[in-house]
Ligand binder design. Structure first.
Ligand code: ADP
Length: 523
């Protein structure tokens, strides 16, 4: 028989107190113990994914765990997840909301291939829906309530299961209320002692709601001020997190500098630069187990730095799969991503007629803006001899495109980190990128005089600049094949493992702990 919610909460609360690290109460710094961290995030690969956030939350906790951090993850239980494979915990969480107590179920699983616990917050009305945040191009009207509930439930979960972490690590606007709740509704409680770290995966999405919605956060109107939630007259969840969190981070060093400037700051550049000293840029890693051309089960053949023959097989297989002529010497360009303004595909669209006059092949995999989907589908109908568009989300095909292409195009307007260019590098597929954000941090521009670099970079996001850079890549492919080979091999040898990033996050956590608690972490 499941215990009642009240029973579960009160039993587990006392358990929480027993599990509380000694220095939570006493301020003692004696003894050594693992640091404990709760990840609060709205998507986790491989369960549900709309973008790079999910990849990060699926991989970084495993790397932290391998480094000895006691890390756990909490995320909503969405429709389509294999909920019956996760253990249903007894009882229900009682989640205080503006409208009174609401109930949440909790299921417990583990991040695949690890012993990192992942808690799923179960609430059918909020999360049993076809989309995570809303249909393409749209947002669910109750998103503020849904994610206020999720954030508050995550805090209640800590108490219920007796896990009072040293660090509450909240990701993006969906979890932005976590650092705020830690400072407000948890004031004087054990969770108030947790340092909060807020990571910006994409500043373009801030969780903005009309002023009248403030009450839905469950916090009083006094928090609707320019130092917390109020931003140009609206409620802005991300702004509140930027003000309340102990430390801030974003997912690449260049994006970290860019977002403090008006051009990339989406109106929050002032807030971010005011916290300049608390904001770190830590480059994402990639899941080198899932994205490994030597072992990738999605591929027609496998290959590596010392055995590249398999890559040619992957190219031929991809050409066959797409119905393109199987032509080993015709360079094949891959493009994968959300078809949104951010990704600069509108500029690619302007170049496409010119590009397709050249003897090349191109495959695009993506979903997003209806106009962009229609444009690329139409282009594929007209230029099926050279251009293919697959409108949809297909992870296995993404692997085959990364392996089978010679070159990969990412003309992003802004790119917090970007994962696809790192997958490309690892798969010996030379990236052509706009020099912004994480693209600038991961792709080293080709130096024609020395044959060094890992890809092709351009500064201005204009059709001419993109066309010229693709032309430059094409001439390198045909006229300087030994240089092209070097670019491939140098790219394949870059270290994008999560272990490097995890070490940096550990330092960030230690800094956050020190600032919150006033002494070094005792471990
Ligand atoms: P963002 O988070 O801005 O969408 P990233 O490059 O950081 O961009 O991450 C995108 C992730 O989503 C990558 O793992 C990429 O392969 C994947 N992805 C994007 N669109 C598709 C698609 N249509 N099919 C399969 N995978 C996709």
């Amino acid at each position: 028989m499941p215990r009642s919610a009240e029973a579960m909460v009160s039993d587990e609360l006392s358990e929480a107190t027993q599990h509380m690290p000694a220095d939570h109460d006493s301020g003692s710094v004696s003894g050594s113990r693992p640091m404990s961290v709760l990840f609060v995030a709205s998507e986790v690969a491989p369960y549900r994914k709309t973008g790079g956030l999910a990849d990060v939350i699926g991989a970084l906790p495993r790397a932290l765990k391998a480094r000895g951090v006691d890390v756990r993850v909490v995320t909503p239980l969405y429709a389509g997840m294999a909920w019956d494979q996760q253990e249903r915990l007894d009882g229900l969480l009682a989640v205080p909301m503006y409208s009174g107590l609401m109930r949440a179920g909790v299921r417990l699983g583990h991040l695949p291939g690890s012993d990192v616990p992942i808690y799923f917050i179960e609430h059918h009305r909020f999360f049993d829906r076809p989309f995570l945040y809303g249909p393409p191009g749209d947002a669910y009207l109750d998103n503020l309530e849904r994610f206020a509930f999720f954030s508050r439930a995550s805090m209640e979960l800590c108490k219920a299961v007796g896990f009072i972490p040293d660090i509450l690590h909240a990701h993006d606007w969906q979890a932005a209320l976590v650092p705020v709740y830690s400072n407000t509704v948890e004031w004087g409680q054990p969770l108030h002692g947790a340092a909060s770290v807020f990571t910006i995966h994409n500043l373009a999405y801030q969780g903005v709601h009309e002023a009248g919605a403030m009450f839905i956060t469950g916090l009083g109107q006094e928090h609707f001020n320019s130092q917390e939630f109020e931003h140009f007259g609206d409620v802005n969840l991300m702004k509140a997190a930027l003000r309340h969190s102990t430390m801030l981070s974003t997912v690449s060093p260049t994006y970290c500098s860019e977002i403090q400037m008006p051009e990339f700051g989406f109106g929050l550049d002032g807030v971010l630069s005011s916290r300049h000293g608390d904001l770190w840029g830590i480059l994402n890693g990639i899941d080198t187990t899932e994205w490994n051309p030597e072992t990738d089960a999605h591929l027609a053949a496998r290959y590596g730095v010392t055995s590249m023959a398999g890559k040619a097989e992957c190219k031929a297989a991809l050409q066959r799969e797409l119905g393109l002529p199987v032509a080993p010497n015709v360079p094949l360009f891959g493009i994968i991503g959300r078809l949104t303004h951010q990704k600069g595909f509108d500029v690619l669209a302007q170049c496409l007629p010119r590009l397709l006059d050249w003897n090349i092949q191109m495959v695009l995999l993506g979903t997003g803006d209806a106009d962009a989907e229609a444009f690329f589908a139409d282009c594929a109908r007209q230029r099926g001899d050279r251009f293919r568009a697959v409108i949809g989300f297909d992870n296995a095909l993404a692997h085959r495109i990364e392996a089978g292409s010679d070159l990969f195009v990412m003309p992003s307007r802004f790119e917090p980190c970007g994962l696809n260019q790192m997958y490309s590098l690892r798969y010996g597929t030379v990236p052509i990128v706009r020099k912004t954000g994480g693209l600038a941090d991961t792709v080293l521009n080709y130096d024609e005089s020395r044959g060094t670099g890992t890809g092709f970079c351009f500064d201005d996001l204009t059709p001419d600049s993109l066309t010229n850079t693709i032309g430059w890549a094409l001439s390198t492919y045909h006229d300087r094949p030994e240089h092209f080979r070097n670019l491939q091999l140098q790219g394949m040898q870059q270290d994008f493992s999560w272990d490097r990033a995890a070490a940096a996050y550990q330092s960030l956590y230690r800094e956050a702990y020190r600032r919150r608690r006033g002494h070094e972490f005792p471990g």
